[in-house]
Design a protein around this ligand. Structure first.
Ligand SMILES: NC(=O)c1ccc[n+]([C@@H]2O[C@H](COP(=O)([O-])OP(=O)(O)OC[C@H]3O[C@@H](n4cnc5c(N)ncnc54)[C@H](O)[C@@H]3O)[C@@H](O)[C@H]2O)c1
Length: 256
């Protein structure tokens, strides 16, 4: 049960973030949906479908200190200071380091790192400050941070230099952040998902989805976003999980 969980979930108008919010609310917790203003309609729909007062929307670009601060303030004024900050906001691009049209756009490379890596760290630094104000529990813990990387951090494919770099950086910061925040009793974990059936893949023809699913050793199918939400709940509730990256991929290793 997550009845004491007050969470901020970025990128949660869609996909894995949305499934995380649904899990937290169904397990009795509270959540702020943190997503771009352009996603307001989707966020409102999630809130009305959930039919709960325990979820609110804060329009937010994760790269903006002001926006993330406003989302943390919204949590505080409605529910109290957040004790779980889950980053699911992210973007993906595909471009070769040197393609037929020339070298990889430097702007595109920086932009992917800005949203995926800097945005994640922006949430970590600002949310941990709020967590530091909370009373510790029996384990001396005040909160937990959960980031989303990707198996591309380890098995980046052709065209994924920017995306893999941005996710590799999230893997790399997991342990030092856990070490930094241990003095205030805040854990830091990262999930590295494999292939999940979020809107991006759901838009592909069913046959293509099936073929992709068959590449996964066991189970031979794409991941269900609800299974991501399930792992988030496990991480929140297990006080020994800290400073580690968990692959959630059915044993899949991506080919080049
Ligand atoms: N779906 C997969 O198979 C898969 C696999 C590995 C990793 N991931 C990672 O999981 C995370 C979620 O992926 P998804 O498949 O649910 O994607 P999605 O596109 O369905 O959801 C991502 C959400 O992030 C939001 N977002 C983008 N930029 C933002 C910003 N600057 N500020 C705030 N919100 C922003 C989008 O509006 C969107 O609602 C991403 O970080 C992605 O890289 C997904």
């Amino acid at each position: 049960m997550l009845k004491n969980t007050i969470s901020l979930v970025t990128g949660s108008a869609s996909g894995l973030g949305r499934a995380t919010v649904e899990r937290i609310i169904s397990s009795g917790g509270k959540a702020i949906i943190c997503d771009l203003p352009s996603q307001a309609e989707l966020a409102d729909k999630i809130i009305s479908d959930l039919g709960s007062d325990n979820v609110k929307f804060s329009p937010c670009d994760v790269t903006s200190p002001d926006d993330v601060t406003a989302a943390l303030d919204l949590a505080e004024s409605n529910f109290g200071a957040v004790n779980a900050a889950i980053s699911c906001a992210g973007i993906a691009t595909a471009s070769k380091t040197l393609g037929r049209k020339g070298p990889h756009s430097l702007e595109m490379f920086s932009n992917v790192l800005q949203v995926n890596t800097t945005g994640t760290f922006n949430v970590i630094r600002l949310a941990s400050e709020r967590m530091s104000t909370l009373e510790p529990d029996a384990n001396g813990q005040r909160g937990v941070i959960i980031n989303t990387a990707s198996i591309a951090a380890y098995d980046g494919q052709v065209g994924q230099a920017a995306y893999a770099a941005s996710k590799g950086a999230i893997v790399g910061l997991t342990l030092p952040v856990a070490r930094d925040l241990s003095s205030i009793g805040v854990r830091c974990m990262t999930i590295a998902p494999g292939l999940f059936l979020t809107p991006l893949l759901a838009g592909l023809p069913e046959k293509v989805q099936e073929e992709m699913g068959k590449q996964i050793p066991c189970p031979r199918r794409l991941g269900d976003p609800a299974e991501f939400g399930q792992l988030v709940e496990s991480i929140i509730t297990n006080p020994m999980l800290n400073g580690e990256v968990i692959r959630l991929d059915g044993g899949y290793r991506m080919p080049p």
